[in-house]
Write a protein that binds this ligand. Sequence first.
Ligand code: ADP
Ligand code: MG
Length: 475
Amino acid sequence: MRVGRIRAPIRPKNGVGQVDKRMTNETWGEIREQLQKRLGKNNYVTWIEPLTLSALDEGIARFEVPTSFFGDWVSRNYGDHIRNHLNANGAIVERLEFAVNLSQPPAAIAPKPAPRARPAAKPRPRKEDLPGAPLDARFTFDSFVVGKPNELAHAAARRVAEGGPVTFNPLFLYGGVGLGKTHLMHAIAHELQERRPELRMLYLSAEQFMYRFVQALRDRSVMDFKEMFRSVDVLMVDDVQFIAGKDSTQEEFFHTFNALVDQNKQIVISADRAPGEIKDLEERIRSRLQCGLVVDLHPTDYELRLGILQHKAEFYREQYKGLVLAPGVLEFLAHRITTNVRVLEGALTRLFAFASLVGREITLDLTQDCLADILRASDRKATVEEIQRKVAEHYNIRLSDMIGPKRLRNIARPRQVAMYLSKQLTPRSLPEIGRRFGGRDHTTIMHGVRKIEELMATDSQLADDLQLLKRLLQG
Ligand code: ADP
Ligand code: MG
């Protein structure tokens, strides 16, 4: 589905049912605005904007959706919201129905022009010769614990893994370090190998993609390289942010990407941030990446962390038979280690190994002793210096300008952002922060903090920036 595609809000079909008289174009427009406030911009653009209200009668509101997956998802997650808002605005709706609009398939799943004929009549490279990275046997759907923060990413990955017709292309997964992007991609690969062994599937990191490409340039085998990549049925590229700023690799990636999309081949991409937030990425690539389904893995919440720990602990109980795990230990860890799943897993691995070495029960005391360093590290608050560095990097200004006297807007604003984040994320007082900003007065810091708070409410770009920076600093 194309995110951000705008259609006429209401398109009643002749004879198929009339849109309720009170439910005018304007009302649906208003409801959509209310939903945007309620669900947030991102959810709105992804899920509400592409909906077309096609009919409303006999208590049923009918919507056209780009794919059935889309309909299921909206129905399950936003159905109640939509119904409540319709009813609150004078409609009488008991039920929502979602139908795929077949007469006008969205661009992302529209039939593509026939693939260009290959100039060379060479045989396709053998499947065994595809330059994929090895898959981690542990990264399967069975071992992936699903919770609110990764629910959508998981559902979308499952859908791709079914190997059915391509419904969204690419699937773009993004999120902070250690939240399960690579795990999900490997899970897709395992599942596809199982279900559709005939498919030519290629999984590799963007770094490996670049390495192969450079090698091909050096060996003068770029044609073979192109041939190879264009011959796959499913292409998965991990950590695509890596190619940003690497011009010829980007260019080649773009052509590979287009060639595969043209042939309606499934592409799955991961990155540590949303396409729009990747710096030094060519605009045309960015917009292509946004054409499919863009899904983020949110930072873990307590329930998910506990679920993952329980799952892992189950596995270790098998491995270290006889070890006793005292109640409350997993809860303690889920509560205290909030950084990322990799750290959480590392902690548990060490804990079990240690307890089995010393032959003791895993109690809270033992946990605190054994994991003192990890626990301390995850308590760590960001420092003002770190914040200044990250913010300067993000806005592409010099670190010295953060502290210096320049008052130009394009420097003063980032500086205020850094002041705001310093107040929010560190335990420092305003005068302390002032000292770290080149000896500024505490009232200047307060003014900066207020300014950002004020702007945040109206400037969604700024709000997005802040969210990203917070994630980077706390990750
Ligand atoms: P990313 O690629 O997003 O940086 P990974 O996929 O490498 O993260 O995940 C880091 C570690 O955490 C892996 O060992 C992975 O198995 C584990 N992990 C992450 N999310 C989950 C989850 N929801 N359930 C089980 N394990 C998870
Ligand atoms: Mg990864």
